[in-house]
Design a protein around this ligand. Structure first.
Ligand SMILES: Nc1ncnc2c1ncn2[C@@H]1O[C@H](COP(=O)(O)OP(=O)(O)OP(=O)(O)O)[C@@H](O)[C@H]1O
Length: 261
């Protein structure tokens, strides 16, 4: 765990319940996330972790409860509005443009920031040209930061999976988010790729001050890098606290001992 200045509550999840027909994906879930924190959500398969992220970023509309971001409460915002407020995410199953280059994929994350109209952009004239230069410079910084300079022009589909995950992270970073939601960023990675990804997450948190909400199955990584951890099981919250508190919580131990991973 790092020693950073953890700030006020930036994201407050209050009494969220989400049902799909008869399936209770989430039942009365509350937790908060402080500015600059690395806050993880863990739990066995089907516990409701991805559903929770989907509620935070506006993909799912919970039947009950509300989410407050920087003091602004939203229960019916769509993904774009949430993104515009400063919440970005990566995906468990990558959602990259496989035929497009690394640089263009990361550039696609800048779309929300592009102000000039589509015609000017297409013609690359006047303000659109200047704007494009500024955005490209920002994207190049991300590429340097993620150490993927050698693959700038490579179509993403030709990269190994671990590097594709890094490009997905780059695309989310291109939005300059205040809160970054990471859905299983280490899934399918080997040990070395996981170490690299952990390092990038911690550096994003420390250097850019970005608040991180992380879903991850690798307990070693979660316990190493998280400030606090929420534990879900069958859509209910069964634990919440520091890695040490969560590790020694009998309900959490029971849920994990009884679960297949
Ligand atoms: N779109 C959907 N339609 C119907 N049921 C859904 C939908 N999304 C999730 N569920 C159900 O909600 C519950 C929680 O699923 P969710 O994917 O959020 O769990 P998870 O903790 O992220 O699981 P995993 O670790 O396997 O990714 C499961 O019972 C799942 O089948």
């Amino acid at each position: 765990m790092t020693t950073r200045n953890i700030g006020e509550v930036i994201l407050d999840v209050k009494n969220i319940s989400l049902r799909f027909g008869g399936v209770k994906a989430l039942t009365d879930i509350s937790f908060d996330v402080h500015e600059h924190e690395i806050r993880s959500i863990i739990g066995p398969n089907g516990a409701g972790k991805s559903s929770m992220l989907n509620c935070i970023n506006g993909v799912y509309k919970p039947q009950e409860g509300a989410i407050t971001f920087r003091g602004k409460t939203f229960s019916h915002m769509n993904s774009r509005q949430v993104a515009e407020m400063g919440v970005a995410r990566t995906f468990q199953n990558l959602a990259l443009f496989k035929g497009m280059s690394v640089i263009d994929n990361i550039m696609s994350g800048r779309n929300l920031k592009i102000k000039s109209n589509i015609l000017l952009q297409a013609l690359r004239i006047g303000p659109a040209e200047r704007e494009e230069i500024v955005h490209r410079e920002y994207v190049e910084k991300i590429i340097d930061f993620l150490e993927i300079q050698a693959y700038r022009k490579t179509p993403v589909g030709q990269l190994p999976y671990g590097l594709q995950k890094r490009v997905d992270l780059g695309r989310a970073l291109a939005m300059e988010p205040q809160v970054l939601l990471l859905d299983e960023p280490m899934a399918g990675m080997n040990m070395e790729e996981k170490q690299d990804m952990s390092r990038f997450i911690m550096e994003i948190n420390e250097e850019f001050g970005t608040t991180i909400v992380l879903i991850e199955h690798d307990m070693g990584v979660v316990m190493d890098i998280s400030d606090r951890v929420v534990v879900l099981d069958y859509g209910k919250k069964i634990g919440d606290g520091s890695p040490d508190e969560v590790r020694s919580n009998p309900d959490v131990i029971r849920a994990y001992l009884g679960a297949e991973h």
